[in-house]
Design a protein around this ligand. Sequence first.
Ligand code: AMP
Ligand code: ZN
Length: 501
Amino acid sequence: MQLAEGGFGNPPQAGNLPYKACLTCYDENSPISMPLRFYNTLSQQVEDFSPARDNTVRMYTCGPTVYDYAHIGNFRTFTFVDILRRWLRASGFVLDHVMNITDVDDKIIRNAVARGQSLDEYTAHYKEAFRADCALLRLETPEHVVPATEHIHQMALAIDRLNAGGHTYSSDGSIYFRIATFPEYGKLSHNDFSGIRAGARVDVDEYEKADARDFALWKAPKQGEFSWDEKIGRGRPGWHIECSVMAIEYLGETLDIHAGGIDLIFPHHENEIAQSESLTGKPFSRFWLHAEFLMVEGQKMSKSLGNYFTLRDILGRGYPPEAVRYLLASVPYRKTLNFTFDGLQSAKTAIERLRNFKLRLETGAFPGGVNEALAERTRAAQSQFDAAMDDDLNTAEALAAMFEYLREVNTAMDAGEMRADNRGAALDFLAHFDSIFAVLQPTAEAGEIGDAEVEERIQARNDAKKARNFALADQIRRKLLEEGVILEDTKTGTRWKRKSS
Ligand code: AMP
Ligand code: ZN
């Protein structure tokens, strides 16, 4: 399977002392950090988080249905999951994370049949598009990216066990989960289902049609549909069983975290709990985290409303992918986020401010020694950043801590108060910030000159100046400007930045 590989270099997990842990090493006066806390949909409380066993977080997140390109609403949820992953690692945990790829469902079958393609032929293109979009958005690849169609047999076996446990009934060749056999049904969505009609059959695979009824575990094939031949009969799995089976197979009977978009709470996650706990008799997941919607003019961004943009749409309008990432990450995941192009432009501007700040720190000429007040300010800003992230991933507060710091340090640099020995800690803080937000490195556009190339040409220009070949030096500068790179000569060397469009 391409997705798990085709990667974009997840950082190593073991051996690196997590940055947060280092913060407490060097200053005995630094505040004792609050524990990492998440809002748990199951308990409806903010709870302290740590994994149940050893130092490993066993996490399952619901992945895309690959019937079309994902839109940036989908990517809001996947970006939240990425920030979650990165913060868990910064907190010193090792990740064992599974994400499914739903590559068989009603829409996929309908579209594949209409095009006269096999399921694999139809979904291959959208799987690859999803992988490419994730890479552009700098979303780390989970440890296991698992397509449903590679686990059909395990799903059939699980359904067989549910049959044996009396949790199912068959009708017209399909097998349904009997919700009446799971009295705790509703505990995640906090819905009261005491009035449901036992035995009612409704196909809720298309989850907009969610209803408090029994659901299909195994669907008899309709004329001309794809199906698998299993002991339980010919058919294909329903959507919900896919996640239960793959989560348990890779992570064990009880997960530390299960996450997804808020629309999945009911019925999808409720159904996952009913199936999994009926199979194992154990709690399915200790924590349930759900991301709120990306909205457009007050409505959920969705395919069915037609109010969506894919990542390709946005990049086609000239915005860099990291601006999309920044925008999606900037609002805490439990708050709705209204998508606007103004917001995207502000994200782009914010990234430029951060990059220029980094450049100034790297290239500025500062007198020797340390400014103690600034050193203290750096420590305080880091603590604020970490405290915000520990507080249920409050990315807005974390960004506020970074920008307040940026403003103060810029003022200190303007006033000549910055000292050479403050530089390292400031850059470390920026690196820590970027290990989570991942926006500082520009994405080279197709045909755009890369960073290394810019550095090389600056070196060539410096060499030309040394050789007193000023015509060549000017020519290199002009050429860079044509390609969107502005040079600025300072006492300590040449700085450069990209022209903002
Ligand atoms: P799907 O490909 O439809 O299975 O959806 C993939 C993920 O995107 C799920 O976790 C959904 O909850 C999530 N999702 C869909 N629409 C939005 C939206 N407008 N905002 C945030 N998440 C969304
Ligand atoms: Zn799922």
